[in-house]
Design a binder for this molecule. Structure first.
Ligand code: DC
Length: 274
């Protein structure tokens, strides 16, 4: 479960009737926000993008924002451990996260601009992977970015002329950014499976990297992301947890569409657990 290429093939297995039904019931969600959280490699970006496409919701990957700040801070040579300096940089950064101009652009689902420069590929480099957890643990960085994220979630959660709703993907969407999201999903997978996916993704992009290095990097990010003081990674109490270790993209997407239908039928808000 690593990129849009694989998903295009397997998604043909999803019954069109489920998609149509989810589109209809999805409009009953209040607010129309689907929060998808989970650790690195759990498949949340791939799955979130596909679900958003199927429902015609906006897809918003909040991890790209933390990556963009990390890349900018690293480029400018500031001390990444200094929360105030990096936080100030995050507050001043001009950042745009745009839909891809075509589905497979860089194999990613969002185009990212920092101060007008496209950094879509740069923010996915292992150098950023290794540093992003430190940067995203700073309280000042988080408050700068969460302000944008909440604003966007609230705007799209009630629908607008462009999109009727939003799928937000990250680590703290269900717990902190949009605690009122109509549907909260927490995707998980074993460390070994997540490392395999990430390794495959890097190899497919021509990066010659050892599996053990990828495994170690994933473990380090898990530790940092779940042990930090501010908004640590955890499932919201009312989130539906899906273990994707042995599931294909199609199965995970299908489960989420079924939850959208159930939530919509149940009155639209936090109804998936009832
Ligand atoms: O989903 P990702 O791997 O692109 O996220 C990159 C990092 O950003 C991740 O290690 C933790 C951080 N992050 C976060 O702290 N809060 C979010 N809502 C999204 C990402």
């Amino acid at each position: 479960m690593s990129g849009s290429n694989d998903s295009a093939v397997r998604l043909e297995k999803i019954a069109p009737a489920i998609i149509t039904e989810a589109q209809q019931w999805g409009l009953w969600l209040r607010p129309r926000v689907i929060a998808i959280d989970g650790p690195a490699g759990s498949g949340k970006s791939t799955v979130g993008y596909v679900v958003a496409e199927m429902l015609d919701f906006l897809f918003f990957d909040t991890g790209a924002m933390y990556r963009a700040v990390t890349w900018a801070a690293w480029e400018s040579g500031v001390d990444l451990q200094d929360g105030n300096v990096v936080g100030e940089l995050a507050e001043e950064l001009e950042m745009d996260i745009l839909p891809p101009s075509d589905l497979n652009r860089h194999g990613r689902n969002s185009v990212v601009l920092v101060n007008g420069q496209e950094v879509t590929a740069e923010i996915r480099r292992p150098e950023v992977d290794h540093r992003v957890s430190v940067v995203s643990a700073h309280a000042r960085v988080r408050s700068a970015l969460s302000l944008h994220q909440k604003r966007l979630g609230n705007r799209y959660g009630v629908g607008d002329a462009e999109k009727p709703g939003v799928v937000m993907v990250g680590r703290d969407i269900g717990t902190v950014i949009m605690p009122d999201a109509a549907l909260k999903i927490y995707l998980d997978a074993s460390i070994a499976e997540r490392a395999r996916r990430r390794h495959r993704e890097l190899l497919s992009k021509g990066k010659d990297i050892d599996y053990k290095q990828v495994d170690a990097a994933i473990r380090m990010r898990d530790k940092f992301d779940s042990e930090r003081d501010v908004s640590p990674l955890r499932a919201a109490e009312d989130a539906v947890v899906i273990d994707t270790s042995n599931l294909g993209i199609d199965k995970v997407v299908e489960s989420i569409l079924a939850l959208v239908i159930k939530a919509g039928q149940g009155g639209g808000r936090h109804a998936a657990q009832s």
